[in-house]
Design a protein around this ligand. Structure first.
Ligand code: NAD
Length: 505
């Protein structure tokens, strides 16, 4: 079913350039769907090469004035944006739910975590201070400054249409760059709402732009001479492509990829708290989180009791339309729902035990929604596709091991290194784990250890390509370039010819 507006036309979701809607010339569109109803609610434009150039040109034109706008004025606009966002975040949460499917409370949580980065960016002046050395050489002073890189491209995934862009653009804008955001074509409306809010906050035209599209739009960002840095978040194969192509075109690139996050539960852990955490981290947002726990590694003889506790809790979850009183919503598309379900089929065929089966869930929502209930699979072995692949759905696999060493080896031998967690009451074991595990973000009795905004977010191995993580001081570093100035003010005693290499004296 396709929903039409009052004039009988399907809502068109276009680009945003120069503080106004830009329809573009590209004739291609793709449908945007409400995952809870299966209804097509709009058509999003896919940028042509020409559209991409128009939007990038707007960012190029806005850069010189924005980089020269005083820190005080830039900060005032970011502060205003924060105030508007805080007042109206429920509107944004509703948009997210209508296109992504996550429940409204979870969408609000996403916006709040993004807002943290906006708040961090309000204090950017402190982080842009350089160093100064007086009299490094006789009458010579040296100081360092950090300057914006220029036009920045942000390419984001479907699962956090507000928070992931907010990992980057508040800091990019605060440090004096101009931005082109290319959101996921599955849930493109949040970006436009954010763009309108920036305009209302007083951001000059061209500083924040939205380019809707697919590979064509991405490729223009990756290859256009004027784009100086790329922040990408998405699946690992695309992250690798983005990193290789962007760097080959001389850009600074941070490309955050996929994940397969393990939680280790040691025999001394509080099993009730661990079971709560597994349900929250396995099934929140229908498992469509890069920090979701998808593999539970149960160490020793606790597995039966732990699995039973998780199953009891899972069976209480209410699955349904995110605008109703549900714990978990639908998956983002029908194709994705079917792909996730096929992993459950494959696990079952390979001999795993389906403890809770979400395949024919009775959801509180329309029949055409993309429903898949939370699924708990026990006795998963490491050769099964349900273990080896990133599934990105509400599927929690249980792998049973005998020792801490075996658990650690499982994690460290895998291709991903985004997040992990350990559940234990033994401080020594936890400390050893944080030291030995090859993963970028570690939780100790905390299941989804997303760092707060003033730390940096990022994984290791195939979960991140590039040297710099998102937000925090690494984010400030990514969006700025260092410059060191050595100065001496005119004094007749400084004259004279000397072709030797300058030495400090
Ligand atoms: P995706 O890789 O399909 O898409 C990400 C972005 O790349 C989108 O904007 C999309 O339009 C674009 N894209 C898709 N195909 C492309 C192509 N062939 N060439 C160029 N660009 C292309 O990812 P998704 O399905 O939207 O998001 C889910 C993935 O993102 C999961 O793998 C998840 O783990 C990952 N993710 C990672 C993090 C992290 O912090 N590491 C955070 C969120 C999501």
């Amino acid at each position: 079913m396709t929903r039409r507006n009052g004039t009988g036309q399907v809502r068109k979701i276009a680009h945003w350039s120069d503080n106004k809607t830009f329809t573009g010339t590209g004739a291609n569109t793709v449908p945007v769907t409400n995952p809870a109803t299966g209804t097509v609610t709009g058509q999003v434009s896919l940028a042509s090469v020409e559209d991409a150039h128009t939007v990038i040109d707007a960012a190029v034109a806005a850069f010189p004035a924005w980089r020269d706008t005083s820190l005080a004025q830039r900060t005032a606009i970011i502060f205003k944006f924060r105030e508007l966002l805080n007042e109206r975040k429920s509107e944004l949460a509703e948009i997210i739910t209508s296109e992504h499917g996550k429940v409204v409370s979870d969408a609000l949580g996403e916006v709040s975590r993004g807002q943290e980065v906006v708040e961090f960016a309000c204090g950017i002046a402190h982080l842009l201070k350089g160093g100064m050395t007086e009299n490094a050489s006789t009458s010579v002073d040296v100081h360092s400054i950090r300057q914006p890189v220029g036009v920045v491209g942000i390419i984001s995934p479907f699962n956090f249409p507000a928070m992931v862009p907010m990992w980057f653009f508040p800091i990019a804008i605060a440090t004096g760059n101009t931005v082109v955001l290319k959101p996921s074509e599955k849930d493109p409306s949040a970006a436009i709402w954010i763009a309108e809010l920036w305009a209302e906050a007083g951001l000059p035209a061209g500083v924040f732009n939205v380019l809707q599209g697919d590979k064509t739009a991405v490729d223009e960002l990756l290859t256009h001479r004027a784009v100086k840095a790329i922040s990408f978040v998405g699946s690992t194969p695309i992250a690798e492509y983005v990193y290789a192509t962007g760097t080959a075109h001389g850009k600074r690139v941070q490309a955050l990829g996929g994940a397969k996050n393990h939680a280790v539960v040691l025999p001394d852990a509080d099993l009730d708290l661990a079971a709560d955490a597994m349900v929250n981290a396995g099934f929140g947002s229908a498992g469509e989180r890069c920090m979701a726990i998808s593999a539970l590694v149960a160490v020793g003889d606790i597995a039966d009791e732990l699995v039973s506790k998780i199953a009891d809790r899972t069976n209480t979850l209410k699955i349904g339309d995110g605008t109703r009183d549900s714990d978990m919503g639908p998956l983002v598309t029908k194709v994705h729902r079917d792909k996730v379900a096929s992993y459950v089929d494959a696990g079952e065929a390979a001999g795993a035990t389906i403890v809770v089966d979400g395949r024919d869930v009775d959801a509180d929502g329309e029949a055409n929604g993309f429903w898949l209930g939370p699924t708990l699979i026990d006795n998963v072995s490491t050769d099964m596709s349900v273990y080896t692949d990133e599934i990105f759905g509400p599927v929690l696999s249980v792998v049973r091991v005998d020792s801490y060493e075996e658990a650690l080896d499982l994690i460290n031998s895998g291709p991903f290194g985004n997040g992990t967690a350990i559940f234990t009451n033994d401080g020594g074991a936890a400390r050893r784990f944080q030291n030995e595990v090859e993963v970028g973000m570690v939780g100790i009795n905390v299941p989804i250890p997303v760092p707060t905004a003033y730390y940096s977010f990022g994984g290791w191995k195939s979960s991140l390509f590039g040297d710099t993580h998102a937000h925090g001081t690494e984010g400030v570093h990514f969006f700025t370039r260092g410059k060191v100035v050595t100065s001496r003010w005119l004094d007749p005693s400084h004259g004279g010819i000397n072709l030797g290499f300058p030495q400090n004296n």
